[in-house]
Design a protein around this ligand. Structure first.
Ligand SMILES: [Zn+2]
Length: 257
């Protein structure tokens, strides 16, 4: 299955931009009015749930209003090599990056797309580690984990559209929870309170989300991809382990998992 999905990504890239390993942008436009949502997958090549879900949007979905732009393979070389990051973690390269970095062009290009004025919101798809739970059930199901959660940085923000992050995330999680394979897969909203922590960080250290790094292949790849997409049916907000980024927070992409 893993190889089939990688092949799908490869075919998508080949058809869209020639046979190279640059990421591809697929604009799925309904031709009808509505917002434009950017979905990004594959910033880390060892998180197949994220890039597989993004690829499935292109191959299996028809957009009925507005537009969905999809970058399914942001760190394509790392996906092909099943590596978190051949040149390091790309998700840590959005704030500052040496122009000599091999991924400098890719990072600049995706930032250009993220800040496109036509984009109303950005969903950044990842694969989670364990199961986020607001209460501690076990080492793998506790507030420190990231899996099965819609991740937001703050409850609301001042944005033209989609500023009600908490409400959107809660709605998407509830929709996903209507179609669970197993109760342990229940979705939650995980608010990182990044802005408040950044303010506090001026006096101290912010917890590094990377402290929980080991992976838990708790479900097959196809199931994980489906779980990622489940709430998208209702809201075009595929939530699992995603960060919902508003235009004002796009620069914080680096702060993700
Ligand atoms: Zn990740």
């Amino acid at each position: 299955m893993r190889y089939a999905l990688i092949l799908l990504l490869l075919l998508l890239a080949t058809s869209a931009a020639g046979a190279n390993l640059d990421f591809t942008l697929h604009k799925l436009d309904s031709g009808r009015p509505g917002p434009t949502i950017l979905v990004v997958g594959g910033v880390q090549g060892d998180e197949p749930g994220g890039f597989s879900a993004a690829a499935l949007l292109i191959s299996h979905y028809r957009i009925t209003s507005g537009a969905v732009w999809v970058v399914p393979n942001l760190n394509f070389l790392s996906i092909i090599r099943c590596s978190r990051g051949v040149y390091g973690d790309m998700n840590r390269k959005f704030a500052d990056l040496d122009p000599g970095d091999p991924e400098y062009a890719a990072v600049q290009n995706i930032k250009h797309i993220i800040t496109d004025p036509r984009v109303d919101a950005v969903l950044h798809l990842h694969d989670g580690w364990g199961f986020y739970s607001p209460t501690t059930v076990s080492d793998w199901q506790c507030p420190q984990r990231w899996g099965q959660s819609v991740i937001i940085d703050q409850d609301t923000l001042d944005a033209k559209r989609f500023g009600n992050l908490g409400e959107l995330a809660a709605t998407a999680a509830a929709a996903a929870n209507e179609h669970l394979y197993d109760p342990i897969h229940a979705y939650h909203v995980k608010n990182t309170h990044t802005r408040e922590l950044e303010n506090e960080n001026r006096q101290g250290d912010v917890q590094d989300p990377d402290v929980f790094r080991p992976r838990q292949p708790e479900a097959g790849l196809r199931r994980r991809g489906q779980q990622e997409l489940a709430p998208g049916h209702a809201h075009l907000l595929p939530p699992a382990r995603h960060r919902i980024l508003s235009p004002l927070l796009r620069r914080d992409l680096r702060a993700d998992l």
